[in-house]
Structures are given as C-alpha cells and as structure tokens.
Design a protein around this ligand. Structure first.
Ligand SMILES: Cc1cc2nc3c(=O)[nH]c(=O)nc-3n(C[C@H](O)[C@H](O)[C@H](O)COP(=O)(O)O)c2cc1C
Ligand SMILES: C=C(O[C@@H]1CC(C(=O)O)=C[C@@H](OP(=O)(O)O)[C@H]1O)C(=O)O
Length: 362
C-alpha cells in the first residue's frame, strides 16, 4: 500500500488536493506525550500555502482536527488521527488538463497506473498538499524528540544557483536550528535569502519555476541508533524523503563530494572530548554503518523545479492520442523548496523516532 509507512511508528496518509480533506493516522506513538498545539500549528504554518511570494497563492489554513488518540492533553498510545479540510480549491483550473499530461507531473503515469480513475484535480493524491498531514505527524515526532534534547532543523541550502551559508557539520547547535526555522524565508544568511527570493520571483515572472536543495541537521541524537544493511538510518530517512513530491536526490554528510576525495581526506579522526568519543570532522554526517555516531546528522535533499509552469509546453492527450500545445492555469509554487523546509524536518523526525522506538530507546 503506497501511502502507509513504518514498522514501529506507522503512518497512513489519505486524501486528495481537491477532495473534502486530507489527513493522517499515526499508530505506535508512545503514550503520555503532550502535544504543544501552538507549536504544532506554527510548524504547520511554515509549510502552509499562501504566505510568501515564492508560494502558490492558494489559501489554506492547514488547521488540523484531531479525531482520536489524544485525551486529557496526552497521547493515549492508540492511533492518533487528524484531518485537514481543503477549503480553497479551484478545480476548473484543471479542466483543460484532464487528459493532457503536464510535463513533469504525475498525470500521465497516474492515469496509466490507476486506469484513468485517479483524481487529477490539484494533483490529487500526488499533490504537494499531501505533505500537510506528513508535517502534522512530523511535528508531533519533533516535539517528542525535542523533549529528549534532540533538535531537528533545516534551511534552504541553495536555490536558483544561489547558496546559503551551510551548517557547520561539527558545531551546529540546536539554537541555530530553531532560529533559522523561525524565519519566513529560512536561510542563515539574510542576504543570500533575499537574492534567492528575488531570483524565484524573476523566474515566476518569466512563467517559469526553479528547484533547490534543503539541508537538514539533527543535534543531540545519541550514538548507537540504527542497523546495518537495509534498516540503517540512511535507508529509513531516504524511504520517507522520497515520499515528498519533487524530491530527486538525497545525500548524507559530504555525500557525492566524498567520492572524489582520498580516504585520508574523507575519514573523520576519532577524538576524546571531555571524556566523550567524537570525530574531529564530520564528513560521515553522523551515520556510520547505518548507525548514529553521536555527531550531528547532516543531510541534503534535492528538489526539482515545480513542474506546473505557465508558459506554453508541448504534450500529448493520452486519451485521444493527439499532440497538443498546453497552457497550464492555476496557482502553483514557483519554487517548492521554501515550503518544503519543514516537510524535510518532519520526515527526518519521523524516521529518527521510528528507529529509536525500534530499539526501545523511547
Ligand atoms: C510543498 C510542495 C509544493 C508543491 N507545489 C507544486 C505546485 O504548486 N505545482 C506543481 O506542479 N507541483 C508542485 N509540487 C511538486 C509536485 O507535486 C510533484 O512534482 C508531482 O507530484 C510529481 O512527483 P515527482 O516530482 O516526485 O515525480 C509541490 C511539491 C511540494 C513538496
Ligand atoms: C495546496 C498546496 O499545494 C498545491 C500543490 C500542487 C501540486 O501539484 O503538488 C499544486 C497546487 O494546487 P492547486 O492547483 O490546487 O493550487 C498547489 O497549490 C499545499 O501544499 O497545501
């Protein structure tokens, strides 16, 4: 089943972008956990559409209604279910593309896979909108981790070819992660953020879109969590990350760059620091053999440019088998990366909670 994930912490995401609503059922949460609703709503607001010029103008409050699993301010340990209503749908925008495939989107593959029964409005179940319930679930996971001094945070590492200051993989702090997350345009360098925002706007005015990279860091994560081969932290994180639409790649630590180094350059020397085992550098990104080393976890996620762009494109009507010229209407993100920052945090928090629960560490 495509929209269910997890072994110890199971999530099931449902809904379509223009249906009644979307939501998530989370099973396996520890009981007795408080959820700070203000913090959770603020986290979801960072992802919600309509807040920034780099965002789709679709207005959704993304206010979740909790149906079960939370009683007297605590998780009960039984399934936590939440729904989010869809309020601002313009389904007429999709009338001319019911059978003409948007290049880069899932209309054609979804049609073939589901025999034409898939809801194409707003991207249906393929839509980036489905990251709202993922963000809800990840927001709950983030709070459970944060209570154990584990902080997950992310920023826009690059967009439109402009780079932000990267996280220092050794000295990154929970404080910095919280600070950057609170910004409406989450970059460490204000100047880089302004340049990126202007370049995204320029692409939008040219009826185009752009992609980018989100960098995520985790501080305070203990050593010894994870497993070799198929259940490593990298595997678990990546399996959730590719559930986010428009994700095309992920790298941990130095990632692809490590492939061009010598072992002597890439290896992180072990050092004793205040009686604790650490590494001097952190090219490994906090994971060795699929298991956490106790150093900050560092990863980067690449997002492709938004497929729905306003300029004329060539496509095919897959029902009538005709060559078509396509102009897409509607309200699309000129760059999904800005709103995807909290979604990446959510995915990482869920993956880490899943791995900790699997080893009875929570
Ligand atoms: C937060 C977020 C917002 C998105 N907004 C849009 C959008 O406005 N228009 C669009 O065409 N695609 C958008 N996407 C990307 C598409 O949903 C995605 O490219 C499509 O479902 C095909 O999946 P794939 O790119 O993973 O192959 C968004 C993705 C995310 C994560
Ligand atoms: C609604 C959201 O993003 C949507 C993601 C999306 C897509 O194709 O992925 C297409 C757009 O949908 P619509 O055409 O209905 O405006 C975005 O607005 C959201 O993230 O909450």
């Amino acid at each position: 089943m495509s929209s269910n994930w997890g072994k110890n912490l199971k999530i099931s995401i449902f809904g379509e972008s223009h249906g009644e609503g979307i939501g998530v059922v989370i099973d396996g949460l520890p009981c007795g956990e408080t959820i700070d609703m203000d913090e959770l709503l603020a986290f979801m607001k960072r992802r919600a559409p309509g807040a920034h010029r780099a965002s789709t103008p679709r207005r959704e409050t993304d206010a979740p209604t909790i149906l079960s699993g939370y009683w007297r301010q605590h998780t009960t340990g039984t399934p936590l279910a939440a729904v989010i209503r869809n309020n601002d749908t313009h389904s007429a925008d999709y009338s001319n593309i019911a059978t003409v495939a948007r290049p880069g989107h899932a209309d054609f593959t979804g049609y073939v896979r589901y025999g034409g029964f898939n809801d194409i409005r707003g991207g249906g179940h393929f839509s980036g909108r489905l990251t709202a319930p993922l963000t809800f679930a990840g927001g709950v996971a983030k709070q459970i981790l944060s209570r154990r001094e584990i902080t997950v945070g992310a920023h826009i590492y690059s967009a439109t070819g402009i780079s932000d200051t990267p996280f220092d993989p050794v000295t990154v702090t929970g404080e910095l992660l919280r600070e950057v997350g609170a910004k409406p345009f989450p970059t460490i360098s204000q100047k880089a953020g302004e340049k990126m925002s202007d370049a995204i706007e320029a692409a939008r005015l040219e009826l185009d879109s752009v992609g980018g990279v989100v960098e995520c860091a985790v501080t305070g994560f203990p050593a010894g969590i994870g497993s070799p081969m198929f259940d490593g932290l990298e595997n678990v994180i990546a399996s959730l990350m590719f559930g986010i639409p428009a994700v095309k790649g992920i790298e941990f630590g130095l990632g692809f760059e490590a492939s061009s180094l010598k072992g002597s350059q890439n290896n992180d020397s072990f050092v004793l620091h205040d009686g604790k085992i650490q590494t001097k550098t952190n090219n490994h990104g906090g994971i060795l053999g699929g298991i956490s080393s106790g150093m900050p976890i560092i990863l980067r996620v690449a997002f492709k440019p938004t497929p729905s762009i306003s300029q004329m494109q060539h496509s095919v009507d897959f029902v009538n088998m005709t060559q078509e010229e396509l102009t897409i209407h509607g309200r699309h993100d000129p760059c999904v990366v800005v709103r995807a920052v909290p979604v990446v945090e959510a995915a990482v928090a869920l993956a880490l909670l899943e791995s900790m629960l699997g080893q009875g560490k929570i």
